[in-house]
Design a protein around this ligand. Structure first.
Ligand SMILES: [Zn+2]
Length: 246
């Protein structure tokens, strides 16, 4: 189908059947206990959205790298990132969360940041679920256009006033579930959360982001990646994805 690509906005492009949650996150050979499905196989959420070049760009800049660590086919096995992080030096931490320098263990944290931003941006589209049911679009306000330009490689500058927090989850619930990008805005900043089989992402946007969230961003100098139990946040956010089941 020919149309205008939502990401690069080029006209008369052959548009692809694009995924909201990447196809590799849908379990085909394993049964994941905590994934909301009402006992039915999950229907993949797709729409005719992006051109081939933009799909490739999403893959190349983040998705294929991130999915190596979390794809559904390995969801019943220990998450490889936990094994990578546990022997490394903790930069900061308390009982619930430990922080590491991802670059020290060979992770390209810029790819994690790109992937998380691409998920938040995909959420700005109203995706068809079934019948007349659609997702409620995420609102990124002033930040939507700078993020789109960065994702489309119209600029290589990382969007300003943007933090991306990455938590590798140690709890079984978060490891065996995902939820769609969910908006949990604070008065002072946008806060979009998404879980992908053991990786919990927060995209925080705003002029008044607390300093700790700036330091903790995987794109900041410390290239932070965190390890901890996210079961509570997972339970809260699963409700929205569950409500969309057909
Ligand atoms: Zn495009």
């Amino acid at each position: 189908m020919l149309g205008t690509c939502k990401l690069c906005r080029k006209e008369n492009r052959e548009l692809q059947e694009s995924h909201y949650m990447p196809a590799a996150l849908y379990p085909k050979t394993v049964k994941l206990e905590y994934l909301p499905s009402n006992g039915q196989p999950l229907k993949e959420i797709t729409d005719v959205l992006l051109c081939f070049d933009c799909e490739q760009c999403f893959n190349r800049r983040g998705e294929s790298e991130v999915l190596r660590y979390i794809a559904a086919k390995i969801a019943k096995k220990p998450i490889p990132l936990v094994a990578k992080l546990e022997p490394s030096i903790v930069q900061e931490g308390d009982k619930t969360l430990k922080s590491y320098d991802g670059s020290e263990i060979g992770l390209n944290m810029d790819m994690f940041a790109y992937f998380a931003l691409s998920m938040a941006w995909r959420g700005t589209h109203s995706w068809p679920i079934c019948g007349s049911k659609h997702t409620t679009p995420i609102r990124l306000g002033f930040y939507e256009e700078p993020i789109r330009r960065f994702l489309a490689e119209e600029t290589m500058d990382f969007p300003s006033e943007t933090s991306v927090i990455v938590i590798v989850c140690t709890d079984k619930e978060s490891r065996e579930a995902w939820f769609l990008p969910t908006q949990c805005d604070d008065v002072w900043f946008h806060d979009i959360r998404v879980l992908a089989l053991g990786l919990f992402f927060r995209v925080v946007l705003g002029r008044s982001i607390p300093d700790v969230l700036k330091t903790d961003s995987c794109h900041a100098d410390g290239k932070r990646i965190h390890l901890g139990d996210a079961s509570e946040k997972t339970r809260q956010a699963l409700a929205y994805t569950e409500s969309l089941s057909c």
